[in-house]
Design a protein. Structure first.
Length: 469
């Protein structure tokens, strides 16, 4: 009798834990739903901003094309609020309110690092939405034959580029955090094959996003192997709905492979996208709709298949578009020089914004000129690192993401006193520390330095002027 009671208690406890686990998974998937719907809204603004870019290019030495028929006045004032539900069954605003109020299911421990990332995505997407009105106002109310007015529009478009990159960085951070809270629980070879196919597909698209030609070719070959392996399995025939979803996944990925080969072998770029380049065109136009839900892409089917099979795993994130501005060549080459507000720095700060600054002899860059050019890039794995940069006491960048491309800086050093920059991490996720590479030249030789920063300390590098003689 005692053994029977123990068994009943164990069965009941297991049932309760499973129920709690399902509630947690559902609550975590709300974060995926919120992000994916926000990503859909960004697509609309992305297409609108491309149109604005083309429109102002008619007034400079560039061709201007009408890329699509999206018009600002035909859209809701806030794409993500969408009060009349033109675009969403559940809007990003509605998902956001669910996340805000759902502390109990997730638990305060996880909520405290998941919700701030959702809040950052929410804030960044709304900033992008606001830019569409700033640009519309500049176009409608200013004389576009004047260079200053054109520059003001290009500046707003440049802000949109940075915000799209920042959104992607926050998305990657949220994805990493969710996987930490709820890692995949794969139990069968069938599921391993499915998830491996998904991972390789995403790796290919990410390689295209950063224009890594060698990795594009490698990932395309690996994806082909994964697809052929997955075709050997037919594990869902007893569930016709699941089997149909699996077939759609195979069909979607099968259509991706030839396009990935085409990028290098014989790219076919539409005339209106020639200046954007083949990688931008293939990522944003020809491929991403085969991934995301709005184009009935395979991530939609993948997420549906997870639910159909009852796999205890998180839904998957859709990848957002990235934005690029086409400008006159004379403007593209004109990167502004940055000068500190103080003409002379007498001491190196040991504390900045409540964090200790780390400095030693290794963190010294020797230069042979007071005008220096640097290139900042995400070192090691691109995992959504976000940083702020301080130059001689001035914050020259706040919340900078280096996911899509390196950031070029042109600094005018003070000719007396000290000169320095500080790397200030805004996040570290589950892969600390935040690691940034600095590429520069000394006596025509390219050199690289690596800085690391976490949420307690910030790396500092000092510039030392060396005599040319």
């Amino acid at each position: 009798m005692r053994n029977l009671s123990f068994t009943l208690i164990l069965v009941f406890s297991t049932f309760v834990l499973q129920a709690q686990d399902k509630k947690l998974l559902r609550a975590l998937n709300y974060y995926v739903d919120f992000t994916n719907e926000t990503t859909h809204g960004l697509l609309i603004i992305h297409r609108l901003l491309e149109n604005y870019n083309q429109e102002v290019n008619k007034y400079v030495d560039l061709p201007g094309y009408k890329i699509n028929n999206i018009r600002n006045k035909d859209l809701p004032s806030n794409i993500f609020k969408d009060e009349e539900h033109w675009f969403y069954p559940t809007t990003p605003y509605e998902w956001y309110e669910k996340l805000k109020s759902d502390k109990k299911t997730i638990g305060i421990k996880y909520y405290n690092f998941l919700f701030p990332l959702a809040k950052s995505l929410f804030k960044t997407s709304n900033q992008i939405n606001n830019i569409r009105f700033k640009i519309a106002d500049l176009i409608s109310s200013h004389e576009l034959t004047k260079q200053d007015n054109l520059n003001a529009i290009y500046n707003e478009l440049d802000k949109a580029v940075d915000l799209f990159d920042l959104y992607y960085a926050y998305l990657l951070n949220l994805e990493h955090e969710l996987k930490f809270v709820y890692p995949d629980r794969l139990v069968s070879e069938r599921d391993k094959s499915l998830f491996s196919l998904y991972n390789k597909s995403i790796d290919l698209l990410k390689a295209l996003r950063v224009k890594n030609r060698a990795k594009i070719k490698m990932e395309n070959g690996l994806l082909n192997l994964k697809l052929n392996k997955h075709r050997k399995y037919n594990p869902y025939s007893t569930k016709q709905k699941c089997n149909n979803l699996n077939n759609r996944i195979i069909s979607s990925i099968s259509s991706i492979l030839p396009l990935a080969y085409e990028i290098e072998l014989s790219p076919n770029v539409a005339k209106e996208y020639k200046l954007y380049g083949k990688h931008y065109y293939y990522y944003n136009v020809k491929l991403i709709d085969k991934y995301n839900r709005y184009g009935n892409g395979f991530i939609l089917y993948f997420n549906d298949l997870i639910e159909c099979l009852g796999i205890n795993a998180l839904k998957r994130f859709e990848l957002p578009h990235y934005f690029k501005v086409i400008k006159p060549k004379k403007k593209i080459n004109n990167i502004d020089w940055i000068r500190a507000k103080k003409d002379k720095i007498t001491s190196i700060p040991r504390i900045l914004d409540g964090r200790e600054t780390k400095y030693n002899a290794i963190h010294t860059i020797e230069v042979d000129n007071y005008d220096i050019e640097l290139e900042l890039f995400d070192f090691k794995i691109q995992d959504g690192d976000i940083v702020s940069i301080n130059f001689n006491g001035d914050w020259i960048f706040r919340n900078l993401s280096l996911e899509t491309k390196p950031k070029k800086l042109k600094l005018k050093l003070n000719n007396t006193g000290k000169n320095y920059i500080i790397l200030h991490a805004e996040n570290v996720g589950r892969r600390p520390p935040n690691t940034i590479g600095i590429r520069y030249k000394y006596k025509d030789e390219s050199k690289t330095m690596v800085l690391e920063s976490d949420l307690k300390t910030s790396d500092l590098v000092q510039f030392i002027i060396k005599d040319n003689n």
